[in-house]
Design a protein around this ligand. Structure first.
Ligand code: ATP
Length: 331
């Protein structure tokens, strides 16, 4: 029997915040690793609301069969307003105590980690976080669970739009997810050969965008894809399309907002492997006595980052990627 130093007998697991592909693979890994170390695993349904309202089910290795390839989250997720209150967290702690749960694995984004930290500080419930969000905006891991799948979903959609753009000599502004982070926009923009990519981290100007169009015209390009992160500061895809049409009346300008198709779908191999590794690492981390950290992956190695750092710090956009995009789109 493998060693379980911390003598945990009961661990709870929940998914919280926006769903992301690979959350189920992470859940499966947590449940099966608990079983491997002879720990009972409890699934908490509907995120923190499930803790407050006692929606808890015991999960065994067979409960998570046929899950590794499924998008969304089988446990369901929720944004719980009540958990933001001290009173709500007190109720959550009562449920935890009632079931004899000794520690939690929280799969979610920075908001979910903030909530878990408060629960620990106020009620002493240890936890480890797994970064589950498509935005890749969490410090302490090269990739978050769901990001790779979202990239591939977006690239596939833009490839299809490109067929139409080329056939009709159109300019397409395509909005992708990323309120605060441009990772999806930048990487899918490069992957789909976008003429320009607008992200919140960069100070873009409309003049720069027009320069890209002028340059494209000179090079004989007849259609263009502009990928725009939803948090871009230039005013959003509709305004960009309007200003572009005013400046270039001859352009056939269209807008596509990809929206929620970016969140779902079967996770890619990269996300399944990442989720599986982080699920195992989270349970083993708790067994080793770690608390209030996030299990992440840096340079293909498991790393544990203090949760405050994971929440407060931010992964910087890689300037080299911006250079690559500029060089390739300019030719
Ligand atoms: P995503 O990246 O998909 O938005 P997230 O985990 O950041 O994921 P949030 O909606 O910010 O998503 O947070 C999920 C839940 O975590 C909230 O509904 C709330 O219950 C809890 N939570 C978030 N912030 C806090 C906070 N400051 N205090 C207590 N609980 C919080």
């Amino acid at each position: 029997m493998p060693e379980n130093n911390n003598k945990y007998k009961k661990i709870g697991v929940l998914t919280s915040g926006g769903d992301s592909p690979g959350m189920n693979a992470a859940l499966r890994a947590v449940v099966r690793t608990c079983n491997y170390y002879d720990i009972n695993c409890y699934g908490i349904r509907m995120g923190y609301d499930g803790l407050i309202n006692d929606h808890i089910v015991e999960l065994g290795p067979r409960s998570v069969k046929n899950l590794i390839n499924k998008g969304g989250t089988e446990l369901k997720s929720a944004r719980s307003e009540e958990f933001r209150t001290v009173e709500g967290r007190k109720k959550a702690a009562e449920t935890i105590k009632k079931h004899g749960i000794e520690a939690l694995v929280v799969i979610g984004g920075d908001g979910s980690f903030t909530g878990a930290m408060k629960l620990y500080e106020e009620q002493g419930v240890p936890f480890i976080g797994i970064p589950g969000t498509i935005d890749n905006d969490i410090f302490g891991t090269d990739y978050t669970v769901g990001y790779d799948t979202a990239l591939n979903t977006v690239a596939e959609a833009i490839d299809k739009i490109r067929d139409t753009a080329t056939s009709h000599n159109r300019v397409f502004f395509i909005e992708v997810m990323g309120r605060d982070a441009g990772f999806i926009a930048l990487n899918t923009g490069i992957a789909t050969g976008a003429l320009d990519i607008l992200i919140p981290e960069e100070k873009d100007s409309i003049e720069d965008l027009f320069q890209s169009f002028d340059n494209a015209k000179k090079k004989g390009k007849t259609s263009s894809i502009i990928v725009v992160a939803e948090g871009d500061k230039l005013g959003g895809v509709y305004d960009l399309a309007k200003f572009t049409k005013m400046k270039y009346p001859e352009f056939d300008v269209r807008v596509t907002v990809l929206g929620h198709i970016q969140r779902g779908g079967s996770p890619t191999v990269a996300d399944r492997v990442l989720a599986s590794r982080l699920g195992v690492a989270a349970v083993e981390g708790l067994i080793d006595g770690r608390c209030c950290v996030m299990a992440g992956m840096q340079s293909s190695k498991i790393v544990f980052t203090p949760i405050e750092e994971a929440i407060k710090k931010h992964n910087e956009i890689d300037k080299e990627l911006i250079k690559v995009s500029n060089i390739l789109s300019m030719q």
